[in-house]
Design a protein. Structure first.
Length: 140
């Protein structure tokens, strides 16, 4: 098994100031042996993408409760692409208050999973580990 830990960035885009869920997920991933970078609240898409680049992450998880996901999430993806990070190179997932009707469009632009309220942290951990196990570089 490789020594490299899965590097995960957890971020809160936009003006949403509630971060309890993001912190719970970040701590669970850390406790599961992953290296987690939490950027804090009120991050711009550009700040998130720059952190992903600088930290050389494998996974980007976004948390949102404000309802601005259809505006902010595509901007995060654009900012990642501007930094030559393609959505197929990193695992993108999101959580928070996201209507079911928006999920297909978010998946179409590159998000591999959307986790709603009440999702078990074990489900998030399993999802990230399964993705990492399927990677050609074998990083897990």
């Amino acid at each position: 098994m490789p020594d490299d830990k899965i590097r995960v960035l957890i971020a809160k885009p936009g003006l949403d100031g509630h971060d309890r869920g993001a912190k719970v997920v970040a701590r669970a991933l850390r406790d599961a042996g992953m290296e987690v970078i939490y950027t804090g609240i009120r991050q711009t898409p550009e700040m998130i993408a720059e952190a992903a680049l600088q930290e050389d992450v494998d996974v980007v998880g976004l948390s949102i409760l404000s309802g601005a996901h259809m505006e902010l999430f595509p901007r995060v993806i654009s900012a990642l692409r501007e930094r030559e990070i393609a959505p197929d190179e990193v695992l993108l997932f999101a959580g928070g208050i996201i209507p079911d009707a928006d999920i297909p469009q978010l998946k179409e632009i590159g998000f591999r999973a959307i986790f709603g309220p009440g999702t078990s942290t074990e489900d998030v951990i399993s999802f990230v580990r399964e993705w990492a196990g399927a990677r050609p570089d074998g990083k897990a």
